[in-house]
Ligand binder design. Sequence first.
Ligand code: HEM
Length: 486
Amino acid sequence: MYVLITLLIVLFATFYTFIKRRYSYWEKLKIPTLNPSFPFGDLKSVPPPIQFENIYKEFKKKGVKHGGIFLFTSPQYFPIDPEIIRNIFVRDFAHFTDRGLFHNIKDQPIMGNLFFLEGTKWKNLRAKLTPTFTSGKMKMMFNTMLECSYPLKDRIEELIKTGEVIDAKEILALFTTDVIGSCAFGIDCNSFKNPNSKFRDYGRKIFHETPFKAIKGIFQHVFPGFAKKLRFILIAKDIELFFNKIVTDTYLYRTENDVVRNDFMQLLIELKKDLTLSMDEVIAQAFIFFIAGFDTTATLLTFCLSELGLNKEIQNKLRNEIKIVLNRNNGELRYESLKEMRYLDQVVLETMRKYPPLTIFNRICTEDYRIPGSDVTLEKGVQVLISSLGLHRDPDFFPDPLRFDPDRFSDENKKDIIPGTFIPFGDGPRICIGSRFGLMETKICLVTLLKNFDFSVNEKTKTPLEIGLGFITTVKGGVWLDAKKV
Ligand code: HEM
């Protein structure tokens, strides 16, 4: 009995010392901290975007430029100063080349995609894929996107006739699924005729958030080695098999029948033909274009229509601009017309400011890094978290941040935006590769919709909008809209 009690005391003392030491990690480096407690560290039970915005605010209140937090017992560097953030993203990128997010390519080759790859493998692939996203290539996909917006318009007309309220996110995700299905896979998903198509079903499944998924995600991030040993995978096997088959079948069909189309798949096929990419790599890239492309854009459109529904003056001003530009071209939308719609651009940028579809950015320190202007050195292996929501809603950078005001991005005001404070697509060499594609798709959709309908927010929507669970920003309770023909 005596031995057992002694053993328990020793075990407890060792564990206590380990935790104490762990939680003093940032203090030793003289980096400000909050009040971590075992076992969750600084984690609180609120949705992750809000969690990290709150941490941003706490450090801001302390008047510091950066801080250190703990996810469970794992230290995470948390810069809030735009200059430090820009250095990490851009100037000192060589020290932060990777996201450091959990992935398991060995058990799941589909994760060997641009978003997750690291170091030289990422660098080589990024160079190969960059030509895929030039404005010339975007222009080629313009008509495909425009055509995908017509079934969306027809569906809204049907809903107006039947008097049904519009589930904004769902209907917009049908549109963005059709766009990415066409442009990345060369497949007509026909989501509006078949809302339970496999593409839409798997899309829903990938982004369906549950508290369990959120906890699993944090666990994998904090203990990647352990998660790999347990052979955790990020994407369910049936989803992986579906994308494997779709891409392989499309590849074989096109190469055997000499079919050439203006889409991403064509560009991937060409990279495969000259042995630049293997079949697994082609599948992995088509897959990431799908998951990175459709939910982010549907989210942006959902928030945009809800703000326009709440701010009729802004909606009318935008519709006027759209009509004026379209009238110059016999009512037709052309690729070049989008550039003439200056206010449309401002509305989209302001939506991404107030509601960035991705709110948390990850980097991992890949080489020891001395933070400029300090004597603090971050060790290789330390993870970095950056909250775009914190920056975008900081009243020092965007006064009255919860007010939706597209004029912040007018030519006159835009120049006052401090570099590094507006980062909807991230920054530096790992900035979103699909930003042009996502913006063009969003604008085409808004033009088709506003030309035809006036939107209001239905009372079923909880306002002000509250951010919910999810890696991609969601709205608690959803966004419900009413539409009228104009
Ligand atoms: C409005 C729509 C979109 C938003 C808001 C968005 C946002 C982002 C953000 C914030 C990142 C991380 C950047 C960083 O860590 O610095 C990212 C990365 C990425 N996005 Fe997007 N994205 C959008 C649309 C798209 C589309 C349409 C595609 C592809 C067709 C795409 C493909 C990617 C890829 C492949 C990466 C990883 C890039 C790399 O690591 O080299 N995104 N995106």
